[in-house]
Design a binder for this molecule. Structure first.
Ligand SMILES: *Cc1c(COP(=O)(O)O)cnc(C)c1O
Length: 334
């Protein structure tokens, strides 16, 4: 109704990721699960061990540069993949990087403070502000931004997980890639399954599918929140993204589907199902998942297959969002 459709390709963006990422069949896991399982390999976006945040950072960095920023500031858990990818992008573009990372209760600790993503953050030259369990990251960020500004620096704050409208644009592009690959490979995909946390990936992907007129359902397996809270988070960002690309926010209606059965105790805390999903995927396909996101999402996909909720013989596309560097910080459980 009178909304002007945005020229999506004109939105400023830098080229960082190796695109398109492969969309490939997983024959041995498929046989094990009784459905046809494909992987969209966003663990192979190329930068710094790869992962989904690189696509978001293509837009966020373009905005930071337009604003004349000299420092990227972001927030996450101590083993945040988003923080690692932000640190790498900052290094690549000659910006400083300030990471505000909080400790996560209930995670294995022998390698949590120095290995995995933390090791890489340091290697990329980021400055880590390590916060205690439960400390207020947003308040800390606000103070830090003020301090940096008074020191004549030009900080650019990237929200947790890079999940705002601009970050979401990265997954509109991913949706378009998927649609094209499905066409080229002559596939029929019944559902896309992914890990959903700060919501930008699921919201952006849905926006891209809606914009392209695709009806492929998307199932987000929660890694922290309840189903209802996650649906609210994804839905509200999806409506914002739709508005910003000139589409009706009401198109989001009925599209957001989440499942919180596989979170376990809480974010980052291990589950037995996650451990076996990580092992099975490694041993049947040679593909590395991670303990916090994709391991739990795959545990969900496997259980839904076993329960027959995902139908035998159906075609499932697992969006592999990366995260394997975190395996090294959980080494004692493997
Ligand atoms: C951040 C992350 C996700 C979740 O993406 P959101 O956009 O935050 O929902 C999934 N998998 C991995 C490996 C991640 O690092």
């Amino acid at each position: 109704m009178g909304r002007k459709k945005t020229n999506f390709d004109a939105i400023p963006r830098v080229n960082i990721a190796h695109l398109p990422t492969p969309l490939e069949y997983a024959p041995r896991l498929s046989e094990e699960l009784g459905c046809h399982l494909y992987f969209k390999r966003d663990d192979c976006t190329g930068l710094a061990g790869g992962g989904n945040k690189v696509r978001k950072l293509e837009y966020l960095l373009a905005d930071a540069k337009n604003q004349g920023a000299d420092t990227l500031v972001t927030i996450g858990g101590l083993q945040s993949n988003h923080a690692r990818q932000t640190a790498a992008v900052a290094a690549k573009y000659g910006l400083s990087c300030e990471l505000i990372l909080d400790d996560i209760e209930g995670t294995p600790k022998s390698d949590y403070y120095h290995n995995g993503n933390v090791l890489l953050d340091n290697l990329f030259g980021a400055n880590i502000h390590r916060l205690d369990i439960g400390q207020d990251c947003d308040a800390y960020a606000e103070t830090l931004i003020k301090k940096l500004t008074s020191d004549e620096r030009k900080p650019y704050l990237i929200p947790i997980g890079g999940s705002n409208v601009m970050g979401g644009y990265g997954y509109i592009r991913c949706a378009n890639e998927i649609i094209q690959q499905i066409e080229t490979q002559k596939l029929k995909i019944d559902q896309i399954v992914l890990a959903t946390g700060s919501a930008g990936t699921q919201a952006g992907l849905l926006a891209g599918l809606i914009a392209a007129g695709s009806n492929i359902p998307v199932l987000g397996i929660c890694v922290s929140k309840t189903t209802e809270d996650q649906k609210d988070l994804v839905g509200s960002l999806l409506r914002d993204i739709l508005k910003n690309i000139g589409l009706e926010p009401e198109l989001a209606k009925g599209k957001v589907n989440c499942n919180d059965n596989y979170v376990g105790e809480s974010y980052g805390v291990i589950t037995d199902a996650m451990i076996s999903a990580v092992k099975d995927t490694a041993q049947l396909e040679g593909i590395l998942l991670d303990p916090v996101y994709t391991g739990k999402a795959m545990a969900g996909l496997m259980d839904l297959c076993n329960q027959g909720i995902i139908k035998a013989g159906s075609n499932q596309l697992f969006l592999h969002t990366g995260g394997s560097p975190a395996l090294f910080s959980y080494c004692e459980i493997f």
